[in-house]
Design a protein around this ligand. Sequence first.
Ligand SMILES: Cc1ncc(COP(=O)(O)O)c(C=O)c1O
Length: 331
Amino acid sequence: MAAFGTVFMPEMALSTFNGEQWSSPEMVAADRISLHPGAHVLHYASTCFEGLKAFRHEDGSVNIFRMDANIARMIQSSRLLSLPEPTAEMLEAMIIESVQRFVDDVPAPPGSMYIRPTHIGTEPAIGKAANPSLTSMLYVLLSPVGDYFSGGIRPLRLLLEQNGSRCAAHMGMIKSGGNYASALQPILTARKAVNADQVLFCPDGDVQETGAANFLLIDGNEIITKALDSTFLHGITRNSILTLARDMGMTVSERNLSVDELLERASKPHTEAALSGTAAVLTPVGTLIENGKEYQVGSGQQGPTTEKLRAALNAVQWGKTPDKHDWLTRV
Ligand SMILES: Cc1ncc(COP(=O)(O)O)c(C=O)c1O
């Protein structure tokens, strides 16, 4: 299977905002767009995107998981970046039309069709560092993806970074390219220095998230994860896992977690830690690296609660259990 996100469907839904109104969305070739070299996005990073998935069920139907939540987050990101705000109806129509067009290409579980709505500021204006782009382009890329766990489940190694942050504190809740650019050097350094898979950003000792997933600590019947604020991305997988955990009778504690408390709890034999995200689903964390020292999380292997919660999430996505929270949209 090709690397995640490197294969694209040949067409995408596209709409442009001309300063006054959105064009009617059209299906266009997905291998190019036309952009002025002075486009606002290329200089001042006026860009946001989403990542969600469509799943094929055994009855042949194709279902998009938590589309409404992703649309709401994209509208919020657009607003916080001062990009023109698309309507939920338009975004929904573009996503559904794109998936319908390639409905036969949606892989069966554990694969899925990854959907990447993207919004960029297109105004040719290189003097607008402190002003928004008046025009923009919105498109919906599709990429069939395989099983994230096909190589077997390997618990991740995370480097705890207490001195830097993933991005500026007021930007964390926006799914914007600049945040990923900002996190790249710390991640590459951690990979090289200690063979870490990811960096867990913990500015001033406050456990936050990694470069592309949220962090959950599981201690017995309790899940602990940072409460929502503007500093990190409000993951939709995080929200889904917490909902399923509550359904199972677990205690969900959304609160600050310090590095000291994390390391203390991690040393207990039954503690588990995991990363949640659309791509990662729920991936176990086996080792935390702090100040040159390695700390095993619980057994260092995937724990039973992580496995149970991931199975529960997959069961809804794959249509194996009733969709009692109305998370699926049939296309
Ligand atoms: C920085 C960051 N945090 C968290 C997440 C998880 O978000 P979601 O569960 O909505 O995919 C992502 C996912 O893409 C991310 O990039």
